[in-house]
Design a protein around this ligand. Structure first.
Ligand code: DGI
Ligand code: FE
Ligand code: FE
Length: 410
């Protein structure tokens, strides 16, 4: 039997704070190994296209070089790049039935634990090792642990740690805005080898895309964006369609709350998902041809499917949406696609279950499932949609089938 600590993260880049926590867990818990486990880009994180996953892994490798008990485990990735802790941790648990597994997390993560996908499965798989800053009076933390034990059967172990004021975001910004003195500060924040790697590969610096923090609940832009969209959209859509889009927006926001995605991003995607729905099938065909949007055979046979692609086009060009996640979710909202992102799934589902919908059968069950077993809800939607299309003799897009096959297997 060995005792294994697992430290997950985006590690963009890995820094001394990470290594410190890993080392403290090793020492305080008497671990045999600590695994550094870089994830895919989780859907709720900013996509930073400058740095590949491969580079993040390489930085982890170089950072732990020479530390005998640490290793980099680069497994948390599905074909779509998405990572869910519960899937990975359950798999590791199966592969290591006799070992003691500790999942190393910060205090903030502990508080967010109930919002993770399937906290109860995570709790079954691992013991949560919580890094607690020791200078703070931590009366609350014990209560939180006890609460998680009762709700999910979660076992916790506390790590007494110094507060390390290092963040990957700050490191990236310091490199981007190369101010005097930054390099020295960076040399305290990062292992030497990682700093050299970053400089050698010119990561985070030149020609970089501005880091645009995703809109969050506090964002002052949100009310304005919402107001701008509604002014235009209400003029374009007929009233019942407009009502539907508002329903989808709020339902998407709720699903985002349930499944841990920025709710205002979900709201905007939901609000705009049908923004091309005012066009007739013929208009959609003409529009897409004119805008050089490629049209599949299935879309030629059922041009109303094109409202999804045309919608993404309008969202970008008429509504000024640049967020690729939102545009993608609009693009795939009708047929879905295998391996959808979390936002894709939220919009796809919200479209089907929003409160104004009343025709589909099993709506009550699907609505409940959407907040309890999200993948199951998606399966049910796809299966019922296919059945409905068969009954009404409509042409079924191959993507719809493939999506169904994909989600059936999960
Ligand atoms: O735009 P909405 O009506 O809000 O919802 P939607 O974008 O999901 O479109 C729903 C319609 O699209 C519904 O009647 C089912 C249909 N649909 C979904 N997948 C396919 C499809 N229609 C065809 N012809 N083929 C498909 O694969
Ligand atoms: Fe639609
Ligand atoms: Fe819709």
């Amino acid at each position: 039997m060995s005792r294994i600590g697992i430290l997950g993260g985006t590690f963009n880049p890995i820094h001394n704070g990470h290594l410190y926590i890993a080392a403290e867990a090793y020492r305080q818990l008497g671990l045999d190994e600590v695994w550094i486990m870089p994830d895919g880009i989780p859907p709720h994180k900013d996509q930073d296209d400058e740095v590949t996953r491969y580079q993040r892994i390489e930085m982890c490798e170089t950072a732990i070089h020479g530390i005998s008990y640490m290793k980099v485990i680069a497994r948390e990735l599905r074909t779509d790049g998405r990572s869910y802790s519960y899937i990975t941790l359950s798999q590791i648990r199966k592969e290591h039935p006799a070992d003691e597994l500790y999942f190393i997390i910060g205090e903030d993560s502990l508080n967010m634990f109930p919002t993770w996908v399937h906290p109860e499965l995570i709790a079954q798989a691992v013991i949560l090792a919580v890094a607690v800053r020791h200078e703070e009076e931590n009366r609350d933390i014990k209560t939180v642990c006890e609460d998680l034990r009762q709700r999910y059967g979660a076992l916790t172990a506390l790590l007494d740690t110094e507060y390390m004021d290092i963040s990957s975001t700050e490191i990236r910004n310091m490199i981007r805005y190369d101010l005097p003195g930054n390099r020295e500060k960076l040399s305290y924040m990062l292992p030497k080898s990682v700093l050299s790697y970053i400089e050698e590969h010119r990561l985070y610096s030149d020609g970089g895309i501005e880091l645009s923090p995703k809109m969050d609940i506090e964002s002052s832009d949100f009310p304005k964006i919402k107001a701008d969209i509604s002014k235009k959209l209400e003029k374009k859509l007929k009233p019942s369609r407009y009502t539907h889009t508002i329903g989808v927006a709020y339902t998407a926001a709720s699903l985002a709350m349930a499944h841990g995605y920025p709710m205002d991003v979900a709201f905007i995607a939901g609000f705009l998902h049908d923004c091309a729905k005012y066009m007739s099938p013929d208009e959609l065909l003409t529009f897409c041809e004119k805008k050089k949007i490629d049209i599949t055979d299935a879309e030629r046979r059922s041009p109303q499917l094109l409202h999804a692609k045309a919608g993404a086009y309008l969202a970008r060009h008429e509504y000024g949406i640049e967020d690729e996640d939102i545009l993608h979710a609009i693009t795939v909202h009708t047929t879905g696609m295998p391996g959808m992102s979390l936002l894709d799934e939220i919009i796809f589902t919200a479209d089907y279950i929003e409160p104004n919908r009343d025709k589909a059968k099993r709506l009550t069950e699907i609505r409940q499932a959407a907040f309890k077993d999200f993948q199951l809800a998606i399966q049910m939607i796809l299966s019922d949609t296919i059945e409905y299309l068969k009954e009404t003799g409509k042409d079924i897009d191959e993507t719809t089938y493939r999506t169904y096959e994909y989600y059936k297997k999960l």
